[in-house]
Design a protein around this ligand. Structure first.
Ligand code: AMP
Ligand code: GLY
Length: 427
């Protein structure tokens, strides 16, 4: 079976690494890939993830059997529909379903139709409506641009003044372009956040073990929001048994609504949850694996990933197909100084060979490239150093011992990945 993975981050490195372990995979391509994917038994292809025409032509030429999109962009552009039209299977939702991530207003409307627990909200299209809605909701509240805004379109506002100003910036000054033409104004929820990802075969949701991301750039959740600075699985805030139950309440009803709309959801549906005092509530949906959640999750997957994806595409998934190790996995992101704002590229990376020899450790590359055989940085998030352990404590110490071996100038990482989980375990 020939597989084409789309993307160039740590998530995609983990995907190709795990897919390559399957006896079903004969050849794996990744477009465009990174310095790490090039080190696996896969071929990097210089095609951008939004070049749908080029990707379909390539998939046809190489007789690709399965396409696996990593990031949301190709999904929201309709890569699944384009591949299907060419007779090629794709492990990802169609463009209609991808709006769950591409439009926060659409996601809220689906949640309301599906009776999924979520924050109260008002959806507005004009400044006058926005100002009235903000006063009605009261502070604190969350102002969200409807469309994709590079992770910057959500602002938690402590005061009404701040919320009015954000609405003015998004709707009046178009700081996020058309992504801010519609706003979702939402009640502010309190609690611990957790990621619940499900394999979906169009009919049913199969929950993976929980994971917890660390979105803020610096320790103790300080600093700007990033794509994610580290993750671990399982997260003690949501046990495996509870996760399955929560998926029944927060993901399954959405699959039912989408199927009744004539668009069965195939792929990964990821619910970002807030564990509030009155139960789990959905903050957002992503229509793909999370990065970096994917790295620790796939470190724990013992069963065949190609088979699981095929079963989802064919509508024949079953719980037995997903076997996870009872170990804990934890990944720490090493980022370039200045990320998520401006940062240098081409930073040299030393110590990779030494780290790969450490027990239970795998280094997934995010923003790297090969420069005449030398791996150098090529993005804000550079590496995700991931380790397995018998428990969270062991996974954490192994991952930190490993990252300390690496030498990358002008880089940083958080020192507290996993601490929330340890606190909850009373460690
Ligand atoms: P989103 O892209 O919707 O997940 O929002 C990004 C981040 O904003 C989330 O991970 C939360 O930390 C925060 N957030 C979003 N919605 C809410 C809410 N209703 N209450 C509190 N925090 C929120
Ligand atoms: N780590 C969060 C995300 O991938 O959206």
């Amino acid at each position: 079976m020939q597989i084409l993975v789309l993307g160039s981050g740590g998530r995609e490195h983990a995907l190709v690494w795990k897919l390559a372990q399957s006896s079903l995979a004969t050849k794996i391509y990744v477009a465009p890939g990174n310095g790490g994917t090039a080190l696996e038994a896969v071929e990097n292809v210089p095609l951008a993830v939004d070049d749908l025409k080029g990707l379909v032509a390539f998939a046809r030429e190489k007789n690709i059997d399965l396409v696996v999109p990593g990031p949301e962009l190709p999904l929201t552009l309709g890569v699944t529909d384009a591949m299907r039209a060419a007779g090629i299977a794709c492990f990802g939702p169609d463009q209609y379903c991808a709006r769950l991530e591409g439009s926060k207003a659409f996601a809220k409307q689906v949640m309301q139709r599906a009776h999924v627990p979520t924050a109260k909200c008002l959806i507005v299209k004009t400044l006058a409506e926005a100002h009235a809605a903000i006063d009605k909701l009261g502070a604190p509240l969350v102002v969200k641009a409807d469309g994709l805004a590079a992770g910057k379109g959500v602002v938690v506002c402590q005061s009404l003044e701040e919320a009015h100003a954000q609405a003015e910036a998004m709707l009046g000054q178009h700081v996020f372009g058309h992504a801010g033409d519609v706003l979702v104004l939402e009640e502010c929820l309190q609690g611990e956040e957790v990621s619940l990802l499900c394999f979906c075969d169009g009919k049913k949701a199969y929950a993976l073990p929980s994971a917890q991301d660390h979105k803020a750039a610096f320790d103790n959740d300080q600093g700007p929001n990033t794509g994610g600075m580290g993750a671990y699985s399982p997260a003690p805030v949501l046990s495996c048994a509870d996760g399955e139950h929560v998926a029944e309440e927060t993901v399954q009803p959405v699959l039912d609504v989408l199927a009744s709309d004539g668009h069965p959801f195939v792929g990964i549906l990821y619910a970002g949850l807030m564990m509030t005092a009155s139960g789990p509530k959905v903050l957002e949906y992503n229509v793909r694996f999370g990065d970096p959640e994917c790295q620790p999750l796939l470190m724990r997957l013992d069963s065949d990933l190609v088979q699981a994806m095929l079963d989802c595409v064919q509508g024949t998934m079953s719980k037995e197909r997903l076997v996870f190790s009872s170990q804990t996995a934890l990944g720490i992101v090493l980022a370039a100084q200045g990320y998520p704002q401006s940062y240098e590229r081409n930073l040299p990376i030393h110590g990779l060979d030494q780290v790969q020899k450490m027990a239970g450790v795998k280094v997934f590359h995010s923003g790297t490239r090969s420069d005449n055989g030398e791996i150098v940085s090529n993005g804000g998030r550079i590496l995700c150093v991931t380790a397995l352990g018998d428990d969270l404590q062991q996974a954490q110490s192994r991952a930190y011992a490993a990252i300390q071996v690496l030498e990358v100038p002008k880089s940083f990482y958080r020192r507290d990945i996993g601490n929330k989980g340890l606190k909850r375990l009373g460690a």
